[in-house]
Design a binder for this molecule. Structure first.
Ligand code: BV8
Length: 241
């Protein structure tokens, strides 16, 4: 689908030096990853709403149930591939002198498409970490460990659940980059989860040109300088390289 991109955005893209991209579940939708909201379908797992099964309170109460949910999601993700939006964003990292990709997604598809130094605000489903010593464990090539290989305590998904703090320093790093950028893209997010959804406003307040890509309008749309209505996989490759 051909989309209309303003001459202003094309000029900004050509002249940009510091670019920040914020992505949400929508950037992975065309790869087959279910989104969490929008379209009337809220993710529900065995009758438990997504924001309940993916909450710190549930993890405290029933870690096995949370693992079952994340084991299922890794199973779904294992066969999925990045889509043209992921690949174009990966190309952008060498196109600009200062490029930062911040994602709310936990699916690892940006990295699979070649993006480096991805700022994962909410962690990654392919990592586990110890509940005590916080030792990380990569599950992309191996099964989930029954216990921490280092201290023997229980392990949990290395994902930020609802009601949990983001990893120390991660949001602050992203916020600083948002405050320095001259061009900010917001791709595939419903913009209701904080603190992530606050990043575009930081960029806007600092004078950046903010462009949203989404089939639907969001609470951020009104603050954006340009809103391109469409699917990420179709729109992002047309924005430019
Ligand atoms: C925090 C990992 C400090 C888990 C996620 C009450 C109690 C406790 C907390 C709160 C509270 N009230 C508010 C809060 C804060 C809460 C929050 O913001 N809640 C919201 C729902 C109101 N935030 C937190 O809890 C954060 N921590 O604040 O700590 C604190 C601590 C205690 C108390 C207060 C404060 C932690 C948030 C992280 C939660 N973990 N994920 C897991 O994945 O299982 S968030 C989850 O939502 C996902 O990571 C997802 O990425 C994220 C945001 O969703 P989106 O990515 O935007 O996806 P969504 O489906 O919503 O939208 C998809 C969009 O794509 C739509 O717009 C659609 O139109 C579009 N789209 C569809 N197809 C396409 C497309 N776009 C482009 N192309 C397409 N083809």
């Amino acid at each position: 689908m051909q989309v209309s991109i303003s001459a202003e955005l094309r000029r900004r893209f050509a002249e940009a030096r510091r670019v920040l991209v914020l992505t949400g579940a929508g950037v992975s939708a065309e790869s087959g990853v279910p989104t969490f909201r929008g379209g009337g379908n809220t993710a529900v797992w065995k009758g438990i709403p997504f924001d309940v099964i993916s909450s710190g309170a549930m993890l405290e109460r029933n870690l096995p149930a949370v693992w079952e949910w994340f084991d299922y999601r890794r199973g779904v993700l294992a066969s999925l591939e990045p889509n043209p939006a992921h690949y174009q964003i990966a190309r952008w990292q060498d196109r600009f002198p200062d490029f930062t990709l911040v994602t709310q997604n936990v699916d690892g598809l940006h990295q699979k498409a070649g993006s480096r130094n991805v700022v994962e605000l909410h962690g990654n489903v392919w990592r586990a970490r110890c509940t005590v010593c916080r030792m990380g464990h990569d599950m992309s090539e191996s099964a989930r460990p029954d216990a921490c290989p280092s201290c023997g305590n229980s392990v949990r998904p290395d994902v930020v659940l609802f009601g949990e703090m983001l990893p120390p320093g991660v949001f602050e790093f992203a916020a600083n980059k948002a405050a320095e950028c001259d061009l900010c893209f917001v791709i595939g997010t419903s913009a209701i989860v904080y603190p992530a959804a606050g990043l575009p406003a930081i960029a806007k307040d600092a004078g950046a040109f903010v462009c949203e890509v989404n089939p639907e309008r969001t609470p951020l749309s009104s603050l954006c300088d340009e809103v391109i209505t469409g699917k990420a996989g179709e729109v992002v490759p047309q924005i430019g390289l």
